[in-house]
Design a binder for this molecule. Structure first.
Ligand code: EPU
Length: 442
């Protein structure tokens, strides 16, 4: 697994890392999609519930996964790498129930350690998740579920602490549809006494994947993928072998990249059903999408048509694809309206697109995009994972050579993005400039 995010400081040198992309080459060929990041960052903490050995296959080799593994190791789990995408994790002997502050702050999904530790040991402490680039990210719905199960929560020295010596099945109706709260509630409830009913839950493919993993470990979770999940508490869970589903958003990102560059790409190791909301919009925009059993081919020869898009919880159009589709719309004919229905602040890439010659106006959660014939290369900066991926796609189609900074955001979620794009014929490279060299250049 790669080292966790540390792009700014490495030893005493400050490393400036960038992607250098010369646009204008249609992407051609085949690309293979890895395991789903947002399933992996929940399934890794969930191995704590096994109190035994789990073998996880199809794990993406990305820094968010490395950060979760580092936390597991720090807590006493024995982790063996069987190959690049397979880990054996033995959670028989766990030394504590507090996730070290500096580790949990490395990534937001560390909140899943709350549910998993509470579920197995009846107590957990994790750093309060900080604000993030997408706007406020409260965890009130996670706490609502823990409280309904009988846990008490408190915040001490920046750590959120949850505790119960007797978790009891309960009924929770979530006020907001939340991926994180749905998963955390499942983790905490699988070994509670009695039956838990969760209503108004999230239905994303990774919710179903986590439920399947829990069931493979001996849990009794039914209804994942619908609005209501029913969990009968079991006394004990056990280790298992499990393969994580393909990443819907990584796949969607390559679909958009193929469409953006007027390319023809076979995207392999996907579940086409999970891509339907993306496929439907691409087809509307005039892109050809062919579905196979576990692959999709995306091809564009004609002009792109403008679209209206509103992001919504699954099966609606996924918010994580919004920045990528917004980029695609910058070169579509006509006016597109993109409405962000999940996050308050997910148009931070718009300023960067303006630098590339796009015509995009943002007012709160709505962006109005007038298509232009072509984007122009520019130096730009990634503000978060998907915004960064969207800028890569913009640069692949732009006229000239762009430089993208803050690429550690992108590498949190896209394994081998440079190599995969190079394999499709893109002109992209990654450069690292140590501070010493930078100083000498000044
Ligand atoms: N919300 C609350 N209270 C809560 C939890 C959420 O009000 O207790 C609100 C949020 O503020 C937001 C909405 O509910 O407006 C949805 O948030 P959700 O909890 O579903 O998001 P999340 O679990 O924090 C996951 C993904 C995100 C993805 C969202 C929505 C992980 C690790 N992250 O976040 O992925 O955007 O679901 O699908 O699974 C990404 O991969 O780039 C990414 C940001």
């Amino acid at each position: 697994m790669p080292e966790p995010d540390k792009h700014l400081f490495e030893g005493k040198y400050c490393i400036l890392e960038k992607f250098i992309i010369t646009g204008g080459k249609p992407l051609m060929g085949e690309v293979t999609i890895g395991g789903a990041k947002n399933a992996a960052v929940a399934i890794l903490p969930a191995t704590l519930l096994a109190g035994g050995k789990c073998v996880l296959e199809n794990l993406p080799n990305i820094s968010d996964v490395a950060a979760s593994v580092e936390i597991l190791r720090a807590m006493g789990a024995q982790v063996k790498m069987l190959n690049k995408h397979t880990l054996e994790i033995d959670t028989t002997h766990i030394m504590g129930t507090e996730v070290p502050n500096e580790m949990s702050r490395q990534m937001r999904a560390s909140y899943y350690f709350l549910g998993a530790l509470l579920g197995r040991f009846g107590t957990a402490s994790v750093a309060m998740p900080g604000g993030c680039n997408l706007g406020p990210r409260p965890i009130d719905q996670h706490l609502k579920a823990f409280t309904a199960l009988g846990a008490e929560d408190s915040v001490r020295a920046g750590m959120i602490h949850v505790e119960s010596d007797n978790l009891q099945g309960c009924h929770v109706f979530f006020d907001t549809v939340s991926v994180g709260a749905t998963i955390n509630a499942m983790l905490a409830a699988v070994m509670a006494h009695g039956t838990t009913i969760l209503e108004n839950v999230a239905k994303e493919p990774h919710i179903v994947d986590v439920a399947n993993f829990l069931n493979t470990m001996g849990a009794d979770v039914r209804g994942a993928g619908t609005d209501v999940i029913k969990i009968r508490g079991v006394e004990k869970m056990h280790g298992c072998n499990y393969s994580i589903i393909p990443d819907q958003i990584e796949a969607g990102s390559y679909m958009v990249a193929a469409a953006m560059t007027g390319g023809n790409v076979l995207i392999k190791n996907v579940i086409p059903k999970h891509l339907e909301p993306i496929t439907a919009k691409l087809e509307r925009a005039g892109v050809l999408v062919e579905e196979y059993d576990d692959a999709v081919r995306v091809c564009r020869t004609g002009k792109l048509e403008s679209l209206n898009i509103k992001t919504m919880p699954h099966p609606g159009f996924p918010t994580d694809m919004q920045p990528l589709m917004s980029v695609l719309m910058t070169i579509a004919q006509g006016t597109s309206i993109v409405t962000e229905g999940i996050w308050e602040n997910r148009f931070r890439f718009a300023d960067e697109l303006l630098r590339m010659g796009a015509n995009i106006q943002v007012d709160g959660r709505v962006a109005v995009i007038e298509g232009v014939p072509e984007l122009q290369a520019a130096p730009v900066r990634a503000s978060d994972l998907r915004a960064g991926a969207a800028l890569v796609v913009a640069a692949l189609a732009a006229n000239g050579t762009s430089e993208i900074e803050e690429i550690a955001h992108i590498e949190r979620g896209y394994e081998g993005i440079v190599e995969k794009l190079q394999g499709l014929g893109a002109d992209i490279r990654r450069i690292s400039i140590p501070e010493q060299t930078l100083r000498q250049a000044l």
